[in-house]
Design a protein around this ligand. Structure first.
Ligand SMILES: CC(C)(COP(=O)(O)OP(=O)(O)OC[C@H]1O[C@@H](n2cnc3c(N)ncnc32)[C@H](O)[C@@H]1OP(=O)(O)O)[C@@H](O)C(=O)NCCC(=O)NCCS
Length: 170
């Protein structure tokens, strides 16, 4: 399958919001927001969030099949770093090349902007996502204790990093 990576804008609000609802409902380990918080986001608000320019999408033709956050740290002393997340591919496209191509798009964009380190947090129980990130070269840098509480139950996150400088990771 041929996928296309691109920045999301307000015009993608409805598709993006539909994927967020699926993700928050079916993959609570993969999202910080709850389903209720996601449902409270109006399409107008979704458009405003996308307009800020920190969300990327992976498309099959005109269909948005996955999305991720991509935020570069702006302070001068941290401009070599960027945070990735949330990171989600709709269930019908999990196990295809969509997630890998979305991360390849992020890596390529990051490199083009001079970013040398990608960073993300992942629930220590999210085995599929951890395997996916490690396959792409991310390493566990630290364990973040009690980072989120899902329905009152404490969860730990791994803080994972991917070094982009001086190594071929794509
Ligand atoms: C995380 C995500 C983007 C990865 O995309 P994907 O298409 O599922 O990833 P892939 O199929 O390419 O790779 C998954 C890997 O995990 C493996 N895997 C699948 N289920 C697994 C499990 N229960 N435990 C361990 N590994 C598992 C697969 O075999 C594959 O590894 P391999 O390439 O060595 O065979 C996608 O699963 C997703 O959107 N999940 C829900 C949201 C989420 O959790 N996001 C991460 C937030 S930090």
């Amino acid at each position: 399958m041929a996928f296309k990576y691109r920045r999301l804008d307000a015009e993608h609000a409805a598709q993006w919001q539909a994927l967020r609802l699926e993700g928050a409902r079916d993959f609570p380990l993969g999202f910080l927001v709850t389903l209720e918080e996601t449902e409270a986001t109006s399409l107008e608000r979704a458009g405003q969030i996308l307009g800020a320019g920190a969300q990327r999408g992976i498309f099959e033709q005109d269909e948005l099949v996955g999305f991720c956050g991509f935020r570069r740290t702006l302070l001068q002393r941290m401009r070599h770093r960027a945070e990735v997340g949330p990171f989600f591919v709709t269930s019908g496209y999990q196990g295809t090349d969509a997630a890998s191509q979305m991360m390849s798009g992020v890596i390529e964009e990051a490199r083009s902007k001079g970013v040398e380190q990608l960073e993300l947090f992942v629930d220590t129980q999210n085995a599929r996502a951890i395997r996916f990130y490690e396959r792409l070269g991310f390493e566990r840098a630290a364990t973040y204790r009690d980072s989120v509480r899902i329905d009152g139950v404490s969860h730990d996150d791994y803080f994972m990093t991917l070094r982009l400088a001086g190594q071929d990771v794509t």
